[in-house]
Design a protein around this ligand. Structure first.
Ligand code: AMP
Length: 418
């Protein structure tokens, strides 16, 4: 069985073709610059077999056609006929309260996904455009939606209700949703394997630290809290997003700088976070280099980012009561030993003992970075969101509805033993 994972963003379409029978990724790549005004410069870039081709893509339909053509291309392709694909898993950012798990996309489901557009105006329209284009090009295939928010639908009301007029929740669905669900699910499941315990008995704090940053508290295999909220702007400090701020800042800056609330929101999303503090950097490699060269703002941004992460580890320890493992993942979590070390500093009193040497030597690979006697194990686990897509698609095709609790071979396939 071959499954295509598709992630259509506002100007790109990422893809990965997976062979379920051999548990192997056949190829992955991205089409960039898929939009009306830049579409003329669009190109596809595929890794192994590596391939680059320029091709105009003024909409997602052309981008998907380009992907399908590449998959069967005599040189770059990995299949002979597009009919070899058995199903497509589509990333959908916002499932709102309507979706607590992945679903087969029918017209009714598509309409419900469209109803969530006000919750994610920047993301859901592109996801929907990708689904519609793929359904038009391959109408006979099963198309399955996998939501970023679904994993966090298990949060209890005391974690997801804001302390604002309750009618805002009732009228507008204004509540905390959480994102990066497929990543938190994947790494928490892998942590259970590394701990050698059943997933449903594991309490894990997962830190997804990439350009976007979110932390989740996973209790007995379900998310009970997460740092992102109504939108991905809430929570930890991110590359360009501010994370938590006093909401009174918005009208204050509107008044002082004669800006609209939308303009200030845009600044908090695109010119806040590490970029805001350092005035120029979002890439943590640049920040770490600048800090080493004595840039005070870069140094400060590292301290702020790590301090906020540490506060989440502390508060989620309180929320969970018992913690079996802390997991670092995504670009920064997998690669930056400095952020990991600082985020775990002085947490011995809650059972976290980092092995600093092992931590410093760990980059982009699965490893335990706590000392052997640390009560709370600390792991680096490279995320694999596409695998969650694939597993959910297979679970739905096989009519198994426990998609967020199934526990299959691929999650256990690493050679690594703690
Ligand atoms: P992601 O959103 O998961 O792709 O992560 C992107 C972030 O990971 C960027 O800020 C990168 O700078 C950061 N990153 C990637 N590699 C490294 C590295 N070796 N050291 C520090 N940060 C890294």
């Amino acid at each position: 069985m071959k499954i295509l994972a598709l992630n259509c963003g506002s100007s790109s379409a990422k893809y990965q073709l997976y062979d379920w029978d051999t548990k192997k990724v056949l190829c992955k790549g991205v089409v960039e610059k898929v939009v009306v005004d830049q579409g003329i410069n669009a190109f596809i870039k595929q890794d192994s077999p590596s391939y680059v081709k320029n091709h105009p893509c003024p909409s997602h339909k052309e981008a998907l056609q380009l992907i399908f053509d590449t998959l069967i291309d005599p040189q770059a392709g990995v299949i002979k006929n597009i009919k070899e694909i058995n199903a497509i898993g589509h990333r959908v950012v916002h499932g709102g309260m309507k979706f607590a798990r992945s679903v087969m996309i029918t017209q009714e489901i598509l309409d419900k996904i469209k109803e969530n557009i006000p919750l994610a105006p920047l993301h859901n329209p592109a996801n929907i455009e990708g689904i519609m284009a793929a359904k038009e090009l391959l109408p006979k295939l099963p198309h399955i939606a996998v939501f970023d928010t679904a994993f966090h639908q298990t949060m209890p009301p005391h974690a997801f209700i804001y302390a604002v007029p309750y009618e805002w929740f009732e009228k507008y669905g204004l509540r905390r949703y959480g994102f990066h669900g497929t990543s938190h699910l994947y790494v928490s499941k892998r942590a259970a394997v590394l701990l050698g315990k059943p997933y449903k008995e594991c309490n894990v704090i997962t830190l997804h630290i990439g350009n976007g940053v979110s932390i989740a508290a996973v209790k007995n295999g379900v998310s009970i809290d997460t740092s992102m909220g109504f939108t991905p702007l809430e929570g930890a400090v991110m590359g360009t997003r501010s994370g938590d701020v006093d909401p009174a800042i918005v009208p204050f800056i509107c008044k002082m700088e004669n800006k609209s609330p939308e303009q200030v929101e845009n600044i908090l999303n695109k010119a806040g976070g590490l970029k805001g503090i350092t005035t120029k950097y979002t890439d943590r490699r640049d920040i770490e280099k600048a800090a080493l060269l004595g840039d005070d703002k870069a140094k400060l941004s590292i301290e702020i980012e790590a301090y906020r992460l540490k506060k989440y580890i502390g508060s989620y320890t309180a929320a969970l009561g018992r913690v079996d493992a802390v997991v670092f993942t995504a670009g920064v979590g997998e690669n930056s030993s400095i952020i990991r070390e600082k985020a775990c500093e002085d947490l011995e009193f809650i059972g976290i003992h980092l092995d600093k040497e092992v931590n410093r030597g760990t980059r982009g690979k699965e490893a335990m970075i706590s000392t052997p006697d640390s009560r709370v194990k600390v792991f680096v686990i490279p995320t694999n969101e596409e695998l969650v897509f694939i597993e959910d698609v297979v679970a739905i095709l096989e009519n198994r509805y426990d998609v967020h609790t199934n526990f299959t071979y691929s999650f256990q396939s690493s050679d690594y033993k703690p």
